[in-house]
Design a protein around this ligand. Sequence first.
Ligand code: MRU
Length: 340
Amino acid sequence: MDNIRLSPDSKSVFIIDQTLLPNEEKEVELRTLDEMVEAISSLRVRGAPAIGICAAHCLCALSFSVKSKSKEGFISALRRYTSVLNSTRPTAVNLSWALKRMLDKAYVTPIDEIRSALKKECKAIYDEDVAMCLSISESGLSLLKDGDGILTHCNAGPLATSHYGTALGPILLGQERGLNLRVYADETRPLLQGARLTMYELMKAGVNATLLCDNMAASAMKRGWINHVFVGCDRIAANGDAANKIGTMGVAILAKYFGIPFYVLGPSSTLDLSCAVGSEIEIEDRDPSEISTKHYVKPMAPAGANCFNPAFDVTDHSLISGIITEKGIFRPPFDFSHKP
Ligand code: MRU
């Protein structure tokens, strides 16, 4: 089942509702702008590349509801939808990247062909992501050997992309080719993407996977179980600083301490060369209830407890052994203007 697809009449978008996993694999249909905004904001669809792909499909579906007969009116309706979709999640740059690409396509297309051009463009974004993931997976796999242990944080698998994923891509490809890998998945507090989604994807593929609470990564490293850390990313600055799920920076610091190579994997749509350094990346703040009550039968913090709930952190480039995009493996000092 594709995790993101247009309905047969292209007027709505179907996604696998990731909030229901691992208990239920179910598609939901997004028909209106409000439903689309809710789905992205509440992480029914999540993971930087998937958010971009989904938003592109949403804009295409919404174009069918535009009534304007003038090109100017049509474009201004699309711009309004784009700006609302763009505001749903601020850190993953793939969102604005995909929406800009859709809007740029609309600008240069005659009005009566815009809908079909947008349909082709969102399919192209999806298909290119499949190819990028495969190429990232091949490069990542070139670093692995039989028996290796890999620690990952959050979920950067097929659900978070189009296919294969980024950080999980080399592992899934290795599994298909008969490599025996051991994978350790941080549970990823507070929304448990590691426990719910990474474990689901790895176990479904038959990978030897073990779930850890986030605070157990150091113990796993100290025991010698981890040969590499592979994580995804939401935005990479020009100097190689990389934003990813909250907790990633701590894993990178631990990896440095234990001398374990730490790799960031993501398509080049995640590069944001307009950010010179990681401190320029906007970090999404999320609802405190995700920490205090969500996933618990009863609240696990006193009512009204102050909570700090940033969705991402930025790993300094000095902690990163390599950044793997579809172009290959970039090594420090990071320079994304040339093919590695
Ligand atoms: O808040 P989320 O679940 O969207 O965060 C996802 C991550 O941090 C992923 O590691 C990242 O988007 C890369 S997905 C290929």
